[in-house]
Design a protein around this ligand. Structure first.
Ligand code: MIZ
Ligand code: ZN
Length: 261
């Protein structure tokens, strides 16, 4: 059935050598969001985002994406509301993208891929003492997903793109001391939400996903800048960092809720 073919695909997928099956994996990510199957929940609150741009620390190529990491030692950059019971602290954001514009996102909407997807990773510092512990708990993380579509030049993203040549190789880092990631989040408040997982190992089922309905627009040069990054370290045979997304996972016994009708 669909379930085992998914697992087979996971096992075969070159990049995300995830184990054949996650023990008890019933809420894995990413998933296809079938718009007409999502259920409007009138009790969902608006998501409140308040980031302090000075909490930005650096950009790091960690060999699967490039991460912009934040100082999460205080509650200066947080999200609250939406489907969340607590406030969550911003830890990092990163992207997933394809070799060409036909694919690249992790989630799909009505089986449509976007060329890239932004993930803003937050953790529940109200309940858990550290990010590492929150990663292991069902309500530990909240990730905002934003789709990128090909279109107009994105001014806010360009400051990030200009820094990418300095983190071309795996394990390179560059200081990046002021950036407000809310410029990458659409002003439209509409989102879908569902219970899921990390999409790279440890694949833990600890993520409340908040997927923005509206994409942001970026231009071809900006997407190409992502594709010139490398999975490989300096001195190794170059492998372009592209197609760093996990295959779709079965919805199983889950409902995707929408904040809009
Ligand atoms: C401990 C830990 C390890 C990793 C790879 N991640 C990133 C996994 C990921 C990236 N995009 C969706 N999930 C997190 C959030 C925590
Ligand atoms: Zn991600």
């Amino acid at each position: 059935g669909a379930c085992c073919s998914y697992r087979l695909r996971n096992a075969l997928h070159p990049l995300w050598q995830s184990p054949l099956s996650i023990p008890g994996g019933s809420r894995q990510s990413p998933i296809n969001i079938q718009w007409r199957d999502s259920v409007y929940d009138p009790f969902l609150k608006p998501l409140k985002i308040s980031y302090d741009p000075t909490t930005c620390l650096h950009i790091w190529n960690n060999g699967y994406s490039f991460l912009v990491e934040f100082d999460d030692s205080t509650d200066r950059s947080i999200i609250v509301g939406g489907p969340l019971e607590n406030q969550y602290r911003l830890k990092q954001f990163h992207f997933h993208w394809g070799a060409i514009n036909e694919w690249g996102s992790e989630h799909t909407v009505d089986s449509k891929f976007y060329p890239a997807e932004l993930h803003l990773v937050h953790w529940n510092a109200v309940v858990y003492p550290s990010f590492e512990e929150a990663v292991m708990e069902g309500n530990g993380l909240a990730v905002i997903g934003v789709f990128l579509k090909l279109g107009a030049h994105h001014e806010g993203l360009q400051t990030l793109v200009d820094a990418l040549p300095a983190v071309k190789h795996k394990d390179t880092v560059i200081e990046f001391d002021v950036f407000d990631p809310s410029c990458l989040i659409p002003s439209c408040p509409d989102y879908w939400t569902y219970a899921g997982s990390l999409t790279t190992p440890p694949l833990t089922e600890s993520v409340t996903w908040i997927i923005k309905k509206k994409p942001i627009e970026v231009d071809e040069n900006q997407l190409e800048a992502f594709r010139m990054l490398l999975f490989t370290s300096d001195g190794e045979e170059e492998k372009r960092m592209v197609d760093n997304f996990r295959p779709l996972q079965p919805l199983m016994n889950r409902t995707v809720r929408s904040s809009f009708q």
